[in-house]
Ligand binder design. Structure first.
Ligand SMILES: Cc1cc2nc3c(=O)[nH]c(=O)nc-3n(C[C@H](O)[C@H](O)[C@H](O)COP(=O)(O)OP(=O)(O)OC[C@H]3O[C@@H](n4cnc5c(N)ncnc54)[C@H](O)[C@@H]3O)c2cc1C
Length: 185
């Protein structure tokens, strides 16, 4: 992949914004309470939250801020867990946190931080999982019931016509809308 201007690889993001100037290289020795290596989402979030708690933080990045996976991803906010909701419920049943809270925490943090810091990321709420077949639709209906059973709000089953209003296509059997999912740019 050839580098775009400013040292980022070509991506929708790098090619569609005015890139900020490069930051200066670290010179000499510096002191901090915490040094974080890597300015992707993980390092940036850790740095931000630690700084808000009063720590002196140095964040080191070998390339550019957001150069790694964070600057190349699809921007989709999709709630859910690989292990499934029931697994998570059983696993965390002793720690006093509901599976609904865990399920939605990431998205809530993203909305709260982008609003508080006025981050211009064009957040669009809503994520739809579409079904090609009735069998797939039954699977989505079961998922919707599971969310209801665990008091996870924001999910709505859509039939073929309702889904068409969202996606502009009639090829799908229906879908499951997650109103707490979304997309950022
Ligand atoms: C193609 C793609 C699409 C994706 N789509 C989505 C999506 O739609 N939604 C979603 O939630 N997630 C998505 N992901 C996953 C998400 O982007 C990653 O989980 C997330 O960006 C990881 O962030 P990170 O900060 O841990 O790592 P990175 O963003 O990779 O950051 C690591 C940083 O550390 C720096 N670094 C590494 N070693 C050193 C060193 N020794 N010294 C100095 N700096 C160093 C790197 O240069 C880099 O900038 C996607 C990922 C990819 C690759």
């Amino acid at each position: 992949m050839t580098p775009a201007s400013g040292g980022y690889p070509h991506s929708y993001y790098a090619d569609s914004v005015d890139l900020p100037p490069r930051r200066a290289a670290l010179e000499g020795s510096q002191e901090a309470d915490i040094c974080i290596v890597g300015a992707g989402f993980s390092g940036l979030a850790a740095g931000l939250f630690l700084r808000e708690r009063g720590y002196r933080v140095i964040l080191l990045e070998g390339e550019r801020v957001g150069w790694g996976a964070s600057g190349r991803n699809g921007g989709q906010l999709i709630n859910g867990f690989n292990g499934g909701i029931d697994f998570l419920h059983d696993y965390f049943s002793d720690c006093g946190t509901s599976v609904a809270e865990l399920h939605l925490a990431g998205g809530d943090i993203l909305r709260e931080v982008t609003e508080r810091h006025r981050i211009d990321c064009d957040y669009r709420p809503g994520h739809v999982t579409v079904a090609y077949t009735q069998k797939h639709m039954q699977g989505l209906a079961e998922e919707a019931k599971l969310c209801q059973r665990h008091d996870i709000p924001g999910y709505q089953l859509l039939d073929k016509d309702q889904l068409q209003e969202y996606v502009g296509s009639g090829v799908y059997a229906g879908g499951l809308l997650d109103g707490r999912g979304g997309h950022i740019r």
